[in-house]
Design a binder for this molecule. Structure first.
Ligand code: SIN
Ligand code: CO
Length: 388
């Protein structure tokens, strides 16, 4: 499909038009983005997930026993759901795509964006009146109505420092003024795109309101600088340090003069300005799994010959849910394959195949270096056998 083909998912815009005019700039309401949408899970299944260990879930009650906007964190006991009031609460479950393959399949519709920008699909359930209050998120999000109806009101772009209600475990805006016209009720299959920093308020209008949030990741400057500096730091020799050979004698030995600051600045900027190392760090950072403990390394290393035999006998490897892959060319033939926060050099076609959705069966062995790399990824926990 060409990037200029009009897409129903984007309300008839092509990927090129959406990325140029909307993405990160303004909201877009898309009626019937997923025509005849059948939500891949129901409220009971969502509640079931919220009771499982290791699944990140929250319950938000607007009028909690101990005050307004109470937040409880999962895993929950099933009995909790029977004790909730009839309205005005929300259950939020993070990363449902990691647990429900049919939810993960929805991500295939978003390939007009780099895969490594995707974070996860959060799903919320709410009875009538349920909401998490007016707020803004720092991330792009597509809010897809899964079941029932939700009213969305938008309040325009808000500043980072916009006041929030103090003393509660949610970042609810103290002031929220609806932009005239930005007020809609979404039905199943309708979708609302919001850029970062846009105030929004979504209130359930039905008994069975399920909303899927397809969220994106973008590291903050703070996270990026700290993490890149950590990555670089591990590789820098101890001898690379502040140096002042040839300096003039100081006027006052207690003064930190301009020349000293300039030397330090040069050391820092020249060390940081290393595009090749930055690319290596970036690939690792953007493929860090959301939940690191979901990556379970094998206790016994796999011999490549053993892996080859298994694949030739009809075995198939699968990418673990929640595992993240990306690649970057090093030259015309080699690439770095990034997988779950790590990076390895391999043949470019192999990196591309592993980072794609292509099946990992005996045919994958035709690519040079495949057996060793597949064994390493299996041992790291990024891949597993389909029948395990
Ligand atoms: C919700 O689904 O209730 C909240 C989603 C959001 O506002 O980000
Ligand atoms: Co939000």
């Amino acid at each position: 499909m060409s990037s200029d083909t009009p897409l129903q998912l984007l309300g008839g815009l092509s990927a090129t038009e959406f990325l140029r005019d909307i993405w990160q700039q303004r909201p877009l309401l898309i009626r019937g983005a997923f025509p005849d949408f059948e939500c891949p899970l129901d409220p009971d299944e969502l509640a079931g997930l919220a009771c499982e260990d290791g699944v990140e879930a929250r319950l938000v009650e607007e009028h909690g026993e101990d005050g307004p906007w109470q937040v409880r964190h999962g895993p929950f006991d099933e009995a909790v759901f029977g004790e909730l009031p009839e309205r005005d609460w929300t259950l939020l479950v993070q990363a449902v795509d990691h647990y429900v393959p049919e939810v993960a399949e929805l991500l295939e519709a978003f390939t007009f964006l780099p895969r490594w920008r995707l974070d996860d699909i959060m799903i919320s359930y709410a009875p009538p009146g349920g909401s998490v209050g007016p707020h803004m998120d720092q991330y792009d999000v597509f809010l897809l109505q899964g079941m029932g109806r939700r009213r969305w009101q938008l309040g325009g772009k808000v500043a980072d420092e916009a006041p929030i209600i103090p003393g509660i475990d949610l970042r609810i805006l103290e002031r929220f003024e609806v932009t005239p016209g930005d007020d809609w009720v979404l039905e199943p299959g309708d979708m609302l795109y919001l850029p970062p920093g846009w105030a929004h308020h979504g209130v359930s209008q039905s008994d069975d309101c399920l909303t899927l949030s397809v969220g994106f990741r973008a590291p903050s400057a703070d996270e990026a600088i700290t993490s890149f500096a950590d990555y670089l730091g591990e590789q820098l020799p101890a001898s690379l340090r502040y140096a002042d050979a040839g300096m003039a004698p100081p006027d006052d030995p207690s003064e930190l003069d301009d020349a000293a600051v300039a030397r330090m600045r040069r050391l820092i900027l020249e060390t940081l300005d290393d595009p090749a190392r930055l690319a290596q760090w970036f690939g690792r950072a953007m493929t860090q799994p959301k939940y690191v403990d979901q990556l379970v390394p094998r206790e016994q290393p796999t011999a490549p010959a053993e892996l080859v035999a298994e694949l030739q006998a009809g075995g198939e490897l699968v990418r673990c849910r929640g595992s993240r892959f990306a690649w970057r060319a090093l030259d015309g033939e080699r690439a770095t394959l990034f997988a779950d926060g790590d990076g390895v050099t391999c043949a470019l076609p192999l990196a591309r195949a592993l980072a794609s959705d292509a099946a990992l069966d005996a045919e994958a062995l035709a690519l040079p270096g495949a057996a060793e790399l597949l064994a390493a990824l299996l041992d790291a926990g990024s891949l597993s056998w389909a029948d395990e």
